[in-house]
Design a protein around this ligand. Structure first.
Ligand code: ATP
Ligand code: MG
Length: 574
């Protein structure tokens, strides 16, 4: 698949102009700064691709930096997962950086602000601070502690650091402007007491720097030139600049904001995803229905398809909601080109070929990829008993149904023509087996007499197939915007988002499938071996994506699918 790099978004133009003007000596340095308080989602991929691509395009560098200044919520497992995921996406971050590695220097910069009379220890409690802060329409009021002397501030801050005070008793605040129309500039807190063990610095510190203080200084210390972040930080930019203007750092990166990625039929926020996980509405952070990159990886998404999606949607300042169909189509494009074809029957119907020799098994050849002969052929075995898809038989087929029906002849992919001679039912009247005959002259799928059949169906040999569980996934939410009109997204979950099929019959070659390796199960969709719940005894396959957008078609159908009427229309040959 060609990776399409969308040229010319506004951030690229800004960087290009800076390079042309030899700003920062023509150097470009970006960073991706996750807080390790959860797993990455597809929205983060947008930021990862943007930052690494800009660095790559301008022969610059991109740091992976953990913004780990809030030990209460951060964990080593998240750090490990984020590292793994960024590498999986295909980006080489070399050594990761950590804001916590700058704790000493951040503390020094806080002292510098205090000595310059630009920061003070405030002893208002959280409620009082909120009250003094004012609102969007009313200015704030100065804290009664704002005019403490430098000596008093240094002493109190030192005692905060030494653990003499409890959480919330004192904070360190930047002395900026309580009358500023921008609330972020109303003497923001830059340090607070927090009695938590940090995943990397342990119990060394009991004061921790706030995000706004940590982030800009970390950028400056790393020599970042362009600090790209999502739009919600726009109002924080004056604070970003104020801090860097008031301390002695070697450089002043430029913060540039862009719109976050939103996708329909899902939610992209660590907090919301966490709720789904904690309330056990999904099986975990890597549930294949989630938009987490770990979940998508487990589902069978390829890194190239995600990178391509991020490039196609581009970067702008305008908030928008992207169609999930676009993400899926990027995935299909990649898989259509690269996934090997195999046969699997997920809702099996037994077929006995009455004129086929008892006890005989023969080996046939099937193409691994119809458009890529270089991917070669594989052997599939055939015998008197096979399985076909229940959907591929109808007792009373309508005109356009070209699959099996009483008296009808079809081609078994890469095998023979077969004709249905008899339908066997159980006491409840359900079809449980078909008796067919085959034409031995049609080996390989062509009739020497030039006779044509309209339908080709997939099948597996009942005598040496693999029994597997197959999990079919659908949209996690029922509506395009699960939070429309202020609804709780939990109320919009799609109860049919997971369908588990037991006793699926797959061709034997799939016994060698590796986790995350995606196959096209002919005529059904793309599937991959589940990396977590699969075992040698019981393989589990995830449906990565359907062959085409069955959803859009189904949604249009009114009334919904009737029992004996498959929604599939004529298949485009894949
Ligand atoms: P969430 O809101 O999901 O919790 P976050 O912004 O708090 O995400 P961070 O770990 O702070 O998560 O994000 C790291 C970087 O990824 C930030 O620069 C942030 O702007 C960016 N980012 C997060 N979500 C998106 C998104 N949906 N689209 C684009 N960039 C995003
Ligand atoms: Mg954040």
């Amino acid at each position: 698949m060609e990776e399409e790099i969308k040229k010319g978004h506004f951030i690229e133009s800004i960087i290009q102009e800076d390079v042309n003007a030899n700003k920062n000596n023509g150097r470009v340095a970006t960073r991706f700064p996750p807080e390790p308080n959860g797993y990455l989602h597809i929205g983060h991929a947008k930021s990862i691709c943007l930052n690494f691509n800009m660095a790559g395009q301008f022969q610059g560098t991109c740091n992976l930096r953990f913004d780990d200044s809030n030990p209460a919520k951060e964990k080593q497992i998240y750090i490990d997962s984020i590292k793994d995921t960024v590498a999986w996406l295909g980006f080489d971050y070399k050594t990761p950086f950590f804001a916590s590695d700058y704790f000493d220097r951040l503390h020094e910069f806080a002292l510098e602000l205090i000595r310059a009379g630009k920061a003070y220890v405030c002893s208002l409690n959280a409620d009082e601070i909120r009250e003094y802060r004012g609102t969007l329409t009313e200015p704030g009021k100065n804290s009664p502690y704002r005019d403490r002397t430098v000596e008093e501030n240094l002493d109190l801050f030192d005692r905060m650091k030494n653990g003499e005070f409890g959480e919330g008793e004192h904070t360190l605040r930047a002395k900026i402007d309580m009358g500023s129309p921008n609330i972020n500039m109303r003497d923001p807190i830059i340090y607070r007491v927090k009695n938590a063990t940090h995943p990397r610095t342990g119990d060394t510190w009991c004061i921790y720097p706030m995000y706004d203080f940590t982030h800009c200084i970390s950028d400056a210390l790393e020599g970042i030139t362009h600090s790209l972040c999502s739009l919600e930080f726009e109002d924080h930019r004056p604070l970003y600049d104020w801090i860097l203007d008031n301390i002695s750092v070697p450089c002043h990166p430029q913060q540039i904001e862009f719109a976050r990625m939103n996708i329909n039929f899902t939610v992209l926020s660590k907090r919301k995803l966490q709720r789904l996980v904690e309330d056990r509405l999904v099986s975990g952070w890597d549930d294949p229905r989630l938009p987490t990159l770990e979940g998508m990886r487990r589902r069978g998404y390829t890194p190239a398809s995600i990178r391509n999606f991020c490039n196609i949607i581009g970067v702008s300042k305008k908030e928008s909601r992207i169609d999930m169909g676009l993400l899926e189509s990027c995935l299909r494009d990649d898989l259509n080109e690269n996934a090997r074809r195999v046969m699997g029957v997920i809702r099996p119907l037994k077929v006995t070929i009455e004129n086929y020799p008892e006890g005989q098994t023969e080996t046939l050849e099937a193409m691994n990829h119809p458009q890529k002969p270089e991917l070669g052929k594989r052997e599939v075995s055939f015998s008197k008993e096979i399985y076909v898809e229940q959907d591929d038989f109808m007792e009373d087929p309508p005109k356009k149904f070209f699959r099996l029906g009483p008296g009808r002849e079809v081609r078994l992919r890469a095998a023979y023509f077969v004709t249905c001679r008899e339908v066997i039912k159980n006491q409840a009247g359900e079809v449980v087996e078909l008796i067919c005959t085959y034409d031995p002259e049609t080996r390989g799928g062509n009739a020497p007499d030039g006779r044509k059949v309209k339908g080709t169906i997939h099948w597996v040999n009942a005598n040496d197939c693999l029994d597997a569980e197959v999990r079919l996934y659908d949209r996690l939410f029922k509506d395009e915007n699960p939070e429309q009109d202020g609804r709780d997204f939990i109320d919009n979950l799609n109860p049919g988002s997971l369908e588990v099929l037991e006793n699926c019959k797959l061709e034997k070659s799939l016994a060698a499938a590796k986790p995350e390796q995606v196959f096209q199960f002919e005529r059904l969709g793309y599937f991959c071996l589940d990396s977590k719940d699969s075992s040698g005894d019981k393989p589990v396959f995830n449906r990565t994506v359907t062959l085409r957008d069955a959803w859009a078609k189904l949604a249009k159908q009114n009334p919904p699918r009737k029992k004996n009427k498959p929604p599939r229309q004529k298949k485009k040959k894949k």
